[in-house]
Design a protein around this ligand. Structure first.
Ligand code: TXA
Ligand code: MG
Length: 311
């Protein structure tokens, strides 16, 4: 039986918080993608979440917190990291910091690391749920591991509705790509995953951003698998037009089956990428994707496309 899709009324938020306290799994909207939430301090609930997603347990989870105060109970922030948090939270930024002595987020959620990934989401429903629950919630994207992330409640119901307790419907996600992950432990910020927050904004607050993904010997985000976000259809990237038998996912003006952004707007393309890949995937076995500029949010879009195209 599929989990109920509930409107985020005050009553349903309270019900969702009680479900989480009882060790249940709740899908919640965030501004980036839908997350599958569990009590971050309850190892049994976190174990259930890994199983529901089919996620390898060496891949740690992001803990979502209501505000900076709750974050500081779990992690230790150096001054520059604090400046990033104060500037971009609530929002699509995840910070990797050292664990605080009083951390309650369980070892399993962190895959045994002595660091923790923290984020304050901006979506009002995620905010309401975190406040009603009163503690950190782990929330990976609410899809089976390795597949396309969900940006509507309906996507969640189709993908994993039979394995979870309930889905809060907050409408389509506005940003559409996961949060930007910054390792904030070192002297300079390190971009572990490009995402919905343009890295240019980071550099304005804390200069010297490094990109360890460009250097295979440097520390990485353990969950950055080469093949990820994968549709069933074959993807061909940087295609200026479709070959016979291919669907065409466009960007900018021109003829295509679906268009990420007819005006060439990267924020619009990020908001559309996962839903459009899903829509074409249902009806085609080969999808050609237009070139996307690699600047600003284009870096995150190209990161997802490259992983989705890996065979
Ligand atoms: O936008 C998002 O971030 C969404 C929404 C639901 O908030 N969540 C999300 O979670 O994308 P997930 O679990 O799919 O991605 C977590 C990423 C993984 O790549 C993981 O390796 C990395 O965060 N991560 C978690 N803890 C880490 C740590 N201590 N050090 C390095 N990377 C870490
Ligand atoms: Mg994911």
């Amino acid at each position: 039986m599929s989990a109920p899709i509930l409107h985020p009324t005050a009553e349903n938020i309270a019900y969702a918080a009680a479900t989480l306290s009882a060790g249940g799994l709740v899908a919640m909207p965030t501004e980036t993608v839908y997350g599958l939430a569990a009590n971050a301090s309850d190892a049994a609930a976190v174990a259930k979440l890994y199983t529901a997603k089919g996620r390898p347990r060496f891949n740690p989870l992001i803990a979502h917190v209501a505000d900076l105060e709750m974050a500081c109970q779990q992690g230790q922030f150096r001054t520059d990291a604090l400046a990033l948090a104060e500037t971009f939270w609530p929002g699509p930024l995840t910070l990797i910091v050292d664990t605080a002595p009083g951390i309650t987020i369980c070892d399993l959620a962190r895959a045994g690391l002595d660091s923790v990934a923290l984020r304050v989401p901006a979506h009002p429903v995620a905010q309401a749920l975190l406040n009603a629950f009163g503690g950190p919630l782990v929330a990976p994207s609410a899809n089976p591991s390795g597949q396309i992330s969900p940006t509507t409640a309906r996507h969640v119901a189709t993908d994993i509705g039979d394995r979870i307790d309930l889905i809060l419907d907050g409408g389509p996600c506005s940003a559409g790509i996961e949060s930007t992950i910054i390792d904030a432990r070192g002297e300079h910020p390190a971009l572990l995953r490009p995402g919905s927050l343009d890295p240019a904004g980071i550099a304005a607050i804390w200069p010297g951003l490094t990109r360890p993904q460009d250097n295979p010997d440097a520390p990485q985000s353990p969950g950055q698998l080469l093949r990820h976000y994968a549709p069933i259809a074959e993807l061909r990237l940087n295609a200026v037009h479709a070959e016979p038998g291919e669907a065409y996912l466009g960007f900018g003006p021109g003829t295509c089956d679906l268009n990420l952004s007819p005006t060439g707007d990267l924020s619009e393309a990020a908001a559309n990428i996962f839903a459009m890949l899903r829509a074409l995937d249902g009806e085609h076995t080969r999808i050609a994707v237009a070139p996307i500029p690699d600047t600003g949010l284009g870096e995150a879009i190209n990161d997802r496309l490259t992983r989705a195209a890996k065979v």
